[in-house]
Design a protein around this ligand. Structure first.
Ligand code: ADP
Ligand code: GN1
Ligand code: MG
Length: 370
């Protein structure tokens, strides 16, 4: 079972970065499924100042140096644009990397772990569950704006940090292999989920086929736009800072809008066990459309607009499929906190797919109106 953060020597790690002041403490932080994240506190002249210290999961990201070069480029570009525009709070509106004492963007420890340190964005929160339509609108506005921000990123194509990340048919092939191997004898208990997947297999290639044919444009996208990957200002609820830049790479706008639908339209947590709580709430979806179009409308093609709701269904299906695959493979990818955690997550995703399917015509109408 993949486990939460181990005991890392955070004092020694903090000393690798060009930080001022005295180490106070470091506590495991956030609810991300991938990296080991700490909130690091330093005492600077009698005042507590926080940083975000993070170990990149290099079992998942096979080229962590390439990943960090991507992140450096995206952060520098965002900061430069904000400063050009005269923003007084640029370090709250885009991630800022703290360099190491030798001036590098990240630190490699004796075991080969890559560590990075960000300025902590204070007074803002990454929410695990949506609270109201205002939050949905702001999250979508911020991710739409992020897409415009990176559209003119200089320096050539970004490294694909996880090849085929949103290649749904290849995700399906991996699922089929895991099912065939059934290494942990878990297939018997998930017949319904398997049938659910097989009944929808045909639709899995729609977006990758359209991208390959040139019917949909490839863009630089975030690719992991779940609600808790944008920090909302605690006082105003403004979408203040897009975080988790590990998967910023070539992709489709449908992936980004789709994952917003997956994570911002249901009042239930991703790992809720009472499936009757899972719902695709139309007012949330409407707010997502409004927010996303307010910043991305100008660049979207008519086909992208038309496929926005399908993107929601596809991303929800794909993540459900990934949770199911991880369950079959023995919980090796996503961090889990209890037995059956990945299966619970899979079931909420598949229920949400059904709720999206039931409302697709109305969702479609909202995506293409005006
Ligand atoms: P993971 O890839 O594991 O999801 P994230 O980069 O999303 O890791 O970070 C985990 C959590 O840490 C986020 O959900 C967010 O709550 C918090 N976080 C990340 N970066 C910052 C930051 N610069 N300031 C404040 N909180 C942050
Ligand atoms: C992971 O890193 P985090 O927790 O923000 C995953 C996403 C999934 C998501 C499901 C690199 O996101 O692809 O959609 O969990 N990230 C990676 O909650 O696999
Ligand atoms: Mg995250």
């Amino acid at each position: 079972m993949s486990s939460p953060a181990k005991n890392h020597d955070t004092r020694a790690l903090a000393a690798e970065f060009a930080l001022l002041g005295d180490y106070a403490d470091a506590k495991p932080y956030g609810s991300g499924h991938i990296n080991d994240t700490y909130c690091l506190t330093l005492n600077q002249g009698g005042r507590a100042v926080r940083y975000l210290l993070q170990r990149i999961n290099h079992a998942i990201f096979k080229d962590p140096d390439g990943l960090m070069r991507n992140v450096e480029r995206v952060c520098a570009h965002a900061q430069a644009k904000l400063r050009q525009a005269g923003a007084a709070d640029a370090s709250r509106r885009a991630l800022t990397l703290v360099p190491t004492r030798s001036g590098k963007g990240w630190h490699t420890d004796a075991e080969g772990n890559r560590w990075r340190c960000y300025v902590f964005v204070e007074g803002a929160t990454g929410h695990d569950v949506i609270r109201d339509a205002g939050q949905a609108r702001e999250a979508a506005r911020a991710f739409g704006a992020f897409q415009s921000l990176v559209a003119d990123l200089p320096g050539g194509r970004l490294v694909e940090t996880i090849p085929d990340f949103h290649h749904t048919p290849r995700r399906l092939a991996r699922f089929e292999a895991a099912l065939k191997a059934d290494a942990h004898g878990r297939a018997q208990g998930v017949r319904r989920e398997i049938d659910f997947v097989l009944a929808r297999a045909k639709e899995a290639s729609l977006v990758v086929d359209a991208l390959a044919k040139g019917d949909l444009p490839e863009r630089v996208t975030h690719n992991d736009t779940k609600l808790n990957n944008v920090l909302l200002d605690d006082a105003t609820q403004e979408g203040i800072c897009v975080i988790d830049l590990d998967t910023v790479m070539p992709g489709s706008s449908l992936y980004d809008f789709g994952d917003l639908v997956r994570t911002s339209t249901s009042p239930a947590a991703e790992d809720e066990t009472d499936l009757s709580k899972v719902e695709m709430m139309m007012p949330m979806y409407e707010a997502l459309i409004e927010g996303y179009l307010s910043t991305a409308r100008g660049s979207l093609t008519p086909l992208e607009r038309e496929l926005l709701p399908f993107g929601g269904k596809l991303m929800t299906f794909e993540v459900g499929l990934r949770f199911l695959t991880d369950w079959l493979e023995g919980d090796v990818y996503f961090k889990v906190k209890r037995p059956g955690h990945n299966l619970d997550r899979c079931r909420t995703q598949f229920r949400l797919v059904e709720r999206i399917e039931a409302q697709l015509p109305a969702m479609q109408a909202l995506a293409t109106k005006s």
